[in-house]
Design a protein around this ligand. Structure first.
Ligand code: NAP
Length: 270
């Protein structure tokens, strides 16, 4: 009886439910604009209550108001925090946990300063590394500590194609994002036994305040498109599906992986 539903394990049924974040509480860093804002809205659309972190309180208020307007049944709260300060991270994580446990962390905040290697200053190095690598690590450590205690959690680190292949957009950013990709693997290794999964997303070009100056240069944009098999830059909503997937039960046997959401850029050898 090949089609007898009673022979099908219950875990195979209701596939769409696997992607639901109903009843989960998710934190997104760098959620005041760009990719983080889109991901916070997308996680709320998938059913999660969301907690947004960034420095700009007016933009955070706009993002939470947008989520309340579209998803009146979801909770959306904001915490202003400078992620270059380990003390601020600790205080923010404590305040968030005082309101209840966190199931999902999207570790997204990041900056770039695109200076040629010979001209990089110590201050530029410090700014990028403090936000993109040191900040990302201590955010993961702080939420990860609670997830390990509670015996469940899913972390999605936002790195970049620039942490995987050599780009012209800055050596310090490349080093930081390569660090995030490797950090994703080691945290996955350490925390797997506690049922905490750690994965990542590596975007290619998406139009945000971080990239719009570059994408507004027609010659530069043409070079990008020539290296992108899908022949276009990404739309912000195209990061939501992969992030929800990694955050959800649909990816329950995946850890340590970084998915490149890149229109095929990283597989383009010639
Ligand atoms: P964006 O528009 O410039 O947004 C960056 C976010 O990070 C903002 O919400 C910003 O909020 C926050 N942030 C920066 N420094 C912070 C700090 N010290 N403390 C707290 N929050 C901080 O950039 P995006 O394009 O959305 O990029 C988001 C992530 O994706 C970054 O990690 C970036 O490297 C990565 N990425 C982007 C692309 C792309 O094409 N856009 C490609 C590859 C990777 P406040 O200023 O309010 O603090």
């Amino acid at each position: 009886m090949a089609n007898d539903a009673s022979n099908v394990p219950s875990t195979w049924l209701g596939t769409c439910d696997l992607f639901s974040l109903e009843g989960k509480r998710a934190v997104v860093t760098g959620a005041s604009r760009g990719i983080g804002r889109a991901l916070a809205i997308g996680l709320a659309a998938a059913g999660a209550d969301v907690v947004l972190i960034a420095r700009d309180t007016a933009l955070l208020a706009d993002a939470t108001e947008t989520i309340h307007r579209h998803f009146p049944n979801r909770s959306a709260t904001a915490h202003a925090c400078d992620l270059t300060s380990v003390e601020e991270i600790a205080a923010t994580v404590a305040a968030i946990h005082a309101q209840g446990p966190i199931d999902v962390l999207v570790n997204n905040a990041g900056v770039n300063i695109r200076t040629p290697a010979l001209d990089v200053t110590p201050e530029e190095w410090q700014t990028i590394i403090d936000t993109d690598l040191r900040g990302a690590f201590f955010v993961a450590q702080s939420f990860g500590r609670e997830m390990v205690k509670q015996g469940r959690g899913s972390i999605v680190n936002i790195s970049s194609v620039g942490g995987h292949v050599a780009l012209r957009t800055g050596v310090v950013y490349a080093a930081a994002k390569a660090g995030v990709i490797q950090m994703t693997k080691v945290l996955a290794l350490e925390w797997g036994k506690h049922n905490v999964r750690v994965n990542g997303i590596g975007p290619w070009y998406f139009r945000t305040p971080l990239t719009e100056n570059l994408l507004n240069q027609p010659a530069y944009l043409a070079e990008i498109l020539a290296r992108t098999p899908l022949n276009r830059v990404g739309e912000l909503h195209e990061l939501i599906g992969p992030t929800v997937f990694l955050a959800s039960e649909a990816a329950s046997y995946m850890t340590g992986q970084t998915l490149f959401v890149d229109g095929g850029m990283t597989i383009y050898g010639f």
